[in-house]
Design a protein around this ligand. Structure first.
Ligand code: DGL
Length: 257
C-alpha cells in the first residue's frame, strides 16, 4: 500500500520530499490537480469540487493514508473529505502556532505567507485569533509565487525582486519568523534566507505534517512499509510533460541537502 500526496500542482512535493527522507521503505503516489492549478485565487466552491474530484481518483490507488499537501485545499475541504473517505487523511495549516511560541519571549513579530484563499478562510482566522493573543501576526498572500513555481522558476533576479517588493512594507528588524503557509513556497527557502536578515527564522509545515503522518501510520501498525521510495506521478490533465516537471521539482529539492 502506498502513501498518497495531493496538491494543486508542484507545491506538495516539498512535503513528499520530507516524507521520502524520513520513510525510505515506503512507496508513494503524488497527484497534482494540473487542470485547475492555482487554487489560491479561485472560489471556495470551485476548490471544494476540484479537491473532491481529485481525491476520488487518488483513492482508486491502493493507499494507506492521504496527505492533503496543500494548505488551501485543507482549509476548504478536509472535513468533507474525512466524512466521505475512511482512510487516514492528514491535512496542513500554516505553522502559526510554533512561530508565535518561538517569538513570545522576544516580542518579535511573525510574517505569514499563504494563498489569498487560505488567509481569508475561517479556519485561518480562527487559528490566528486563538493563538495570536499579543497581535504579533501579519499575513500576506503571494499569488505570483505559485505561478513562478509552476514554471520551475525557482531562483534568479526576478524572484529576488519579487520578494523585495513584497517585503518592502515591513520593518524586518521587528520580525523574528517568516511562516511559509503554502506548500509551493518552501522551494524558495534558499532565496528567501539570502534576502531576509540573519535573525529571522523560516518555518514551514512539512516536518510537522510528516511527524503527524508517521504517528498515524505507527498507531495503526502500518510502519515500516515494504517499498523502496518509488513515486507514482499522476496529474488531472494527463500531461506527460508535467510528469517530467514534477520529477525536476523533486530533484531540485533533493539537491539542496
Ligand atoms: N500549494 C497550495 C497551498 O499549500 C496551493 C497553491 C495554489 O494552488 O494556489 O496552499
Amino acid at each position: 500500500m502506498k502513501i498518497a500526496f495531493f496538491d494543486s500542482g508542484l507545491g506538495g512535493i516539498t512535503v513528499l520530499n520530507e516524507a521520502m527522507k524520513r520513510m525510505p521503505q515506503e512507496d508513494f503516489v503524488y497527484f497534482a490537480d494540473t487542470a485547475h492549478v492555482p487554487y489560491g485565487m479561485k472560489s471556495k466552491d470551485e476548490v471544494l469540487t476540484f479537491v473532491k474530484q481529485s481525491v476520488d481518483t487518488i483513492i482508486q490507488e491502493e493507499v494507506k493514508a492521504l496527505v492533503i499537501a496543500c494548505n488551501t485545499a485543507t482549509s476548504i475541504a478536509i472535513s468533507e473529505l474525512r466524512r466521505i473517505h475512511h482512510i487516514p487523511i492528514i491535512g496542513m495549516e500554516p505553522a502559526v502556532k510554533p512561530a508565535v511560541e518561538m517569538n513570545r519571549s522576544s516580542g518579535k513579530r511573525v510574517l505569514v505567507f499563504a494563498t489569498k484563499l487560505t488567509l481569508q478562510e475561517a479556519k485561518y482566522r480562527e487559528l490566528v485569533s486563538r493563538i495570536d493573543d499579543m497581535g504579533m501576526v501579519d499575513s500576506v498572500p503571494l499569488p505570483e509565487l505559485v505561478q513562478f513555481c509552476e514554471n520551475l522558476m525557482m531562483d534568479g533576479p526576478q524572484i529576488v525582486d519579487y520578494f523585495k517588493t513584497k517585503l518592502a512594507p515591513f520593518d524586518l528588524s521587528n520580525f523574528g519568523t517568516v511562516v511559509l503557509g503554502c506548500t509551493h513556497y518552501p522551494f524558495y527557502r534558499g532565496v528567501l534566507s539570502q534576502i531576509l536578515p540573519n535573525h529571522i527564522q523560516i518555518v514551514d509545515g512539512s516536518i510537522g505534517t510528516v511527524n503527524h503522518l508517521m504517528q498515524v501510520l505507527q498507531d495503526s501498525n502500518q510502519l515500516p512499509g515494504t517499498g523502496n521510495g518509488h513515486v507514482k506521478w499522476m496529474c488531472s490533465s494527463l500531461d506527460d510533460a508535467y510528469i517530467k516537471k514534477m520529477e525536476k521539482a523533486l530533484a531540485f529539492l533533493q539537491a539542496v541537502k
